[in-house]
Design a protein around this ligand. Structure first.
Ligand SMILES: Nc1nc2c(ncn2[C@@H]2O[C@H](COP(=O)(O)OP(=O)(O)O)[C@@H](O)[C@H]2O)c(=O)[nH]1
Ligand SMILES: [Mg+2]
Length: 259
């Protein structure tokens, strides 16, 4: 015969009727060693200081971008508006998925133009993003480099524009996201770029794009190869699926936090 294991607990034989107790308060600062229940497992896994995120209404995140605006396009760093909030530059060869990723970061479809045809000449494109918490971040979309069909003079012009901005000593330049295709990893241009960034003392992180094109079991080794070679942080992302978007926004915030 099955025992009654329902919600009602039978009184022990000698128990006197007792007043109903209010429900026990959840334990604070105490690990629930016995039950291994969800609450305690969650609490022990959470880093300190993330609690406020839980107060947001369902689906909202402090990493959401609440406004995203195109500010300007400039040919030189002098053409940019005066420094205000932290700027993160995005660098990458044409077709690496930069525009798609910028749109994913901004949670907007048409902020940065995306195209399958790489290489239209343009300048430093400045966007401003405001996160839900009110924090503003500027993104400087650098022109795509490494497009083989370009004339040498034009390539040199691009190099000067990019390097001129990165070495301008602009006080708000907080760091650079160096985009590489996750399937290819860094090539000669990226090596030169990170060498240049190190020489001018600008922080950078690698961002491995189009991670959705790699099978799940290939991703770790692809990212690890980059970390091993450069000793730099690598964030795997997909502008198409949104994977890694939040990690990247966190990394951008870290770059923009004064050291
Ligand atoms: N599968 C996949 N394709 C992507 C992704 N990001 C961009 N693409 C494609 O790659 C091409 C170039 O993207 P785009 O964002 O214009 O690259 P950009 O030249 O670096 O700005 C387009 O055909 C995009 O649809 C991604 O995360 N996953
Ligand atoms: Mg683009």
């Amino acid at each position: 015969m099955r025992r009654n294991e329902g919600n009602r607990r039978p009184n022990p034989p000698s128990a006197k009727p007792r007043p109903v107790k209010p429900p026990a308060k959840p334990a604070v600062n105490k690990r629930d060693a016995a039950s291994g229940g969800k609450a305690s497992a969650g609490a022990s896994a959470s880093p300190v200081g993330v609690r406020p995120e839980k107060k947001l209404s369902e689906g909202a995140s402090p990493l959401d971008v609440i406004t995203a605006t195109f500010v300007t396009e400039a040919r030189t760093s002098e053409g940019l508006p005066p420094p205000s909030c932290a700027e993160i530059a995005f660098a990458g060869r044409s077709n690496v998925g930069k525009s798609t990723l910028l749109n994913a970061i901004a949670q907007r479809k048409g902020l940065a133009r995306t195209s399958a045809t790489p290489g239209c000449t343009r300048g430093l494109v400045l966007f401003e993003l405001v996160l839900r918490g009110g924090e503003a971040l500027r993104v400087v979309d650098l022109p795509g480099y490494g497009f083989a069909a370009r004339a040498r003079d034009e390539k040199r012009g691009w190099g000067e524009m990019i390097e001129g901005y990165l070495a301008s000593g602009r006080p708000t330049l907080a760091g650079v996201c160096v985009l590489v295709d996750a399937r290819r990893g860094p090539e000669e241009e990226e090596r030169q770029l990170v060498g240049f960034l190190s020489s001018v003392g600008v922080s950078f992180v690698f961002v491995a794009t189009k991670i959705d094109k790699l099978a799940k079991n290939e991703r770790f080794s692809a990212l690890e190869r980059i970390t091993r070679e450069f000793g730099a942080r690598v964030i795997g992302v997909s502008g198409d699926t949104g994977e890694g978007r939040d990690d990247l926004v966190r990394a951008m915030r870290r770059l923009s936090t004064p050291k």
